[in-house]
Design a binder for this molecule. Structure first.
Ligand SMILES: N[C@@H](Cc1ccccc1)C(=O)O
Length: 417
C-alpha cells in the first residue's frame, strides 16, 4: 500500500516560511528610487524568475536519489569548478546575511533597551555594540543548544510575526496616502527609471528559498506535482506579503523621507523611527518594530542553523558540547566582529547577498536543468517554457550581477532621498 503524502498546506508553509524573512525589510529602502509602481514591476519580475529557477532545481533534483545534496548534483552535472563556485557563493550568502541580521537586530535591541532602562531623570544609552552583542549571544545560544530548540523558538516567532504583521499592516494600509504612494506632488522632471536596476539584487534576496527544494522532494516522496504547487503557491504568498509591505511603507513615508534612512546604510531601526514619526498612532509603530524584530530573529535562526551545519561538516567538528562550541565560534564571531566594525551596512550587505545568491539560486539551477536535459533522456518532470525559460532565467541572473557590480563601481545613479 502506498503511504499517504502530507497535505499541500505543509509544503506551502515550508516554502512561504523559508522565503519570507528579513530580506523584505530592505525592499522599500532599495526601491525608494524607483518608488511604488516600479517596485511592483520589479517584484513581479523577480518572483517569476526565482520561482522558475526553483522549479529548475527540482527538475535536476529528481534525477538523483532522494536526499542528494546540492554538492552531489552540481558536481555530477556541471563539474568541480562550478561546484566550488556554488559552495563558496552559498557560504558567502549565509555569512553576509548573518552580518546583516546582527546589524539590524542589534539596532532594534539597542533602541528597546534604551527605552526600557531610561527614566525621565536619566537617559540610558547602552550603545550599538552592546545591542549587537546581546542580540547575537542570546540567539546563538539557541543554535548552540540544539536544532530542536531553534525549531521551537522559530515557531513562537512565526506566530508572533503573523499577529504583529496583521495588526500593524491593517493600520498602515488604511492610512495610505495616494499623494505619497504615487508621488504626485513631485516636480515633473523627477526621475525614477534610472534607479530600477540597483533594486534588483536586494529584491532577489527576498525571494531566496532554494535551499528548501531538496527537503521538499523528500517531504513529498518525489511527487513532482506537489512540490511544484508548493513552490508556486508558497512564493505567491511571499509576493503578496511583499506588495502589502511596499504599500504600507511607501504609502505612508514620503520618498524624500528616505534620505536619512539611506544615509545610515538603510538601517531598519532608522526606517522604523522615520515611519513612527509620520504615522499618528504610536501603537502601529511599536507593533511594526516587534514585527521587524521577530522577522530578523527568525531569519537569523534559519540562516545560522544552515551555516552551523555547513561549518561543522566542513571542519569536521563533532556534536559534543566542545565541538558545538567550536562550530558556534566559527559561525558567529566573523559576522559579529564585522558588525561591530561596520554597524550600518544592512542594505549594502543584502545587495552583496543578492550578488552571491544569483549564482546558486538563479544561474546554477538554470544550468543544471539544461545539463540534465541532455544527460538523461528520461524525464519525470520538465519545467515549462523549454530552453527559452533557461535563457530567460540566466539573463535575469546576469542582469543582477551586472547591477550589483555597476553599483559597486559607482556606475549607477544613487538615490539619496
Ligand atoms: N529570503 C530570505 C533570505 C534568503 C536568501 C537566499 C536564500 C535563502 C534565504 C529572506 O528574505 O530573509
Amino acid at each position: 500500500m502506498e503511504k499517504k503524502l502530507p497535505s499541500l498546506l505543509g509544503g506551502v508553509m515550508i516554502i512561504a516560511g523559508g522565503t519570507v524573512g528579513a530580506g523584505m525589510l530592505a525592499n522599500p529602502i532599495s526601491t525608494s528610487g524607483v518608488w511604488f509602481v516600479g517596485s511592483i514591476l520589479i517584484l513581479l519580475y523577480t518572483w517569476f524568475c526565482m520561482m522558475s529557477s526553483g522549479l529548475m532545481l527540482l527538475e535536476a533534483n529528481l534525477h538523483y536519489p532522494t536526499g542528494a545534496s546540492f554538492d552531489t548534483i552540481v558536481k555530477d552535472l556541471l563539474g568541480k569548478g562550478w561546484n566550488a563556485l556554488n559552495g563558496l557563493s552559498l557560504a558567502f550568502v549565509l555569512y553576509i546575511l548573518t552580518y546583516a541580521y546582527i546589524t539590524s537586530g542589534g539596532g532594534i535591541t539597542e533602541g528597546f533597551l534604551n527605552q526600557l532602562l531610561s527614566s525621565s531623570e536619566s537617559a540610558v544609552e547602552i550603545g550599538r555594540a552592546s545591542g549587537s552583542l546581546l542580540f547575537t549571544v542570546v540567539l546563538a545560544t539557541f543554535v548552540w543548544f540544539s536544532t530542536k530548540a531553534v525549531d521551537r523558538f522559530s515557531t513562537v516567532l512565526l506566530a508572533g510575526m503573523v499577529i504583529s504583521f496583521v495588526l500593524s499592516i491593517g493600520g498602515l494600509v488604511s492610512s495610505v496616502n495616494p499623494t505619497i504612494l504615487f508621488d504626485t506632488a513631485a516636480p515633473a522632471e523627477t526621475q525614477y527609471l534610472p534607479y530600477a536596476i540597483a533594486a534588483l539584487p536586494v529584491c532577489l534576496v527576498s525571494f531566496g528559498f532554494h535551499q528548501n527544494v531538496p527537503s521538499l522532494v523528500k517531504y513529498y516522496n518525489r511527487n513532482a506535482a506537489k512540490v511544484v504547487k508548493s513552490a508556486v503557491i508558497g512564493t505567491l504568498i511571499a509576493l503578496f506579503i511583499y506588495i502589502l509591505w511596499q504599500l504600507a511603507i511607501q504609502g505612508n513615508l514620503s520618498r524624500a523621507a528616505f534620505g536619512p534612512v539611506i544615509a545610515k546604510g538603510g538601517d531598519i531601526a532608522a526606517l522604523l523611527d522615520a515611519l513612527s514619526a509620520s504615522v499618528q498612532t504610536d501603537y502601529v509603530g511599536l507593533v511594526l518594530k516587534f514585527f521587524a524584530y521577530m522577522a530578523i530573529a527568525s531569519s537569523f535562526l534559519g540562516v545560522t542553523l544552515g551555516l552551523f551545519d555547513y561549518i561543522a561538516d566542513l571542519f569536521n567538528f563533532d556534536d559534543s558540547a566542545l565541538g558545538r562550541t567550536k562550530t558556534t565560534l566559527v559561525t558567529f564571531l566573523p559576522p559579529l566582529f564585522l558588525s561591530l566594525e561596520y554597524p550600518y551596512g544592512f542594505v549594502i550587505a543584502i545587495g552583496f547577498a543578492g550578488l552571491a545568491a544569483t549564482i546558486w539560486a538563479a544561474i546554477v539551477p538554470a544550468l543544471l536543468a539544461k545539463a540534465c536535459r541532455s544527460k538523461f533522456p528520461q524525464r519525470e518532470y520538465t519545467v515549462f517554457g523549454g530552453n527559452f525559460m533557461i535563457y530567460f532565467v540566466i539573463f535575469f541572473g546576469v542582469l543582477n550581477i551586472v547591477a550589483q557590480l555597476a553599483a559597486q563601481f559607482g556606475c549607477l545613479p544613487e538615490f539619496k532621498g
